[in-house]
Design a protein around this ligand. Structure first.
Ligand code: SAM
Length: 373
């Protein structure tokens, strides 16, 4: 899709855009934005294509055979992605999540994983390297992903009932094949595995309990995501959002739950443990309890736009820097200026307004399949 992009360099002189603000850093010299949030987490979209057509994400009517995906030359190459990821680690990034589109559709993805796995954090540790997938290709690819250096996977799965699941992915994909993929990922050592279920009231909320029963005592952490008003194509309606509070009530009625502390600052999920020791679940309440206060995530689109929020309408174009011979220092400086100028709280601000398809500045929101979930 045509996203609005803020150029980071003067297109004629290739000079870096000058920062128009003070430059905050933390005591250990790492970047902070204007709300004192560090940059620790990078999500990289490696393709805007997907083999599913989930109506809440890539509805068939919009993403049809005439839809214009990015041409291959517009995608960042693996070398470009790795170079940017390296620059981000210099700013404090410790965790990288590959996403899309469906990341396992990107040809030779394990080569990219191998390159990213060789990177180190500023204090010399291995990165937390993970990937979000619909699971359709996992059975085939799990061993190669692990061998390349991937640590964990998160699998999206919206129900266990085959009819419901086939209807939601809208390409008639069977649930059994995703479950085989999850088993293959576990067998390959890609755990602890998280399973993300987007809950749409009236569509799959009857699957909440079957999913909880299925994944209890397996070591898999099931997380329920509120159906979000991302993008502009999914026809989002508030009455289809099932608040996380209700998810917890329904599960707790059968399996008593105990709240857990967040495992890391900036964590998106609120965690709950089964009181009988059956494991844990999480809820991601991006609609009813918007969380921006400690958001430490940046997002890199498939073609090299840096986004500071899922709900942003504008990206910052890094590709001209990459392709015009800029040094790593120059790219690091450009990224630093963008992060240090960041003061957005889109989720919280939108919670104060009626959510709709627009943004705080009235522009069109970027699609989840383009920016990565
Ligand atoms: N194809 C991969 C997958 O299925 O996990 C990665 C990309 S997908 C965009 C990432 C996640 O975003 C998935 O868990 C998907 O269910 C979630 N997602 C997409 N649209 C959403 C929406 N409107 N509300 C909540 N979650 C959404």
């Amino acid at each position: 899709m045509a996203a609005r992009v803020i150029p980071l360099i003067d297109q004629r002189t290739h000079a870096l855009a000058a920062p128009a603000h003070a430059l905050p850093v933390s005591a250990d010299g790492l970047l902070l934005d204007r709300l004192q949030r560090p940059l620790t987490d990078l999500r990289i979209s490696v393709t805007d294509r997907c083999n599913f057509r989930c109506s809440y994400c890539m509805p068939k009517e919009v993403f049809d055979k005439d839809y214009r995906y990015l041409p291959h030359g517009a995608l960042l190459s693996f070398e470009e992605i790795t170079r940017l990821a390296h620059v981000f680690t210099r700013h404090g990034v410790r965790k990288i999540r590959l996403t899309g589109g469906e990341p396992l559709l990107r040809k030779n993805i394990e080569v990219l994983i191998g390159q990213l796995a060789a990177l180190r954090t500023v204090d010399g540790k291995a990165l937390d390297l993970t990937l979000t997938t619909n699971g359709s290709l996992l059975a085939r690819k799990a061993p190669a992903l692990k061998a390349a250096g991937l640590q964990r996977v998160t699998v999206s799965l919206d129900g266990l009932d085959d009819t419901v699941f086939r209807r939601m992915n809208d390409v008639d994909f069977p649930v059994a094949d995703v479950l085989i993929g999850i088993d293959a990922a576990l067998a390959a050592g890609l755990g602890p595995i998280k399973v993300n279920m987007v809950v749409k009231r009236g569509t799959n909320d009857q699957e909440i309990l079957p999913m909880a029963r299925h994944f209890r005592r397996t070591g898999v952490v099931l997380r329920f995501i509120e159906y979000m008003d991302v993008g502009a194509t999914n026809g989002w309606r508030m009455d289809e959002v099932l608040p996380s509070r209700e998810v917890i009530e329904r599960i707790a009625a059968e399996f008593p739950l105990i709240p857990l502390e967040a495992s890391a600052p900036g964590e998106t999920a609120q965690r709950w443990a089964y009181a009988d020791g059956g494991g844990e679940i999480g809820v991601i309440s991006s609609v009813t309890q918007a969380f921006c206060g400690d958001c430490s995530r940046a997002r890199l689109s498939t073609e090299g736009q840096l986004y500071l929020c899922l709900f942003a309408s504008r990206g910052h174009d890094l590709k001209p820097l990459l392709r015009s011979g800029a040094s790593d220092d120059a790219i690091a400086s450009a990224i630093g200026h963008v992060w240090q100028g960041r003061d957005d709280r889109y989720s919280q601000l939108r919670a104060d307004r009626a959510p709709d398809t627009g943004t705080a500045d009235g522009a069109r929101r970027v699609e989840m399949s383009y920016i990565g979930g």
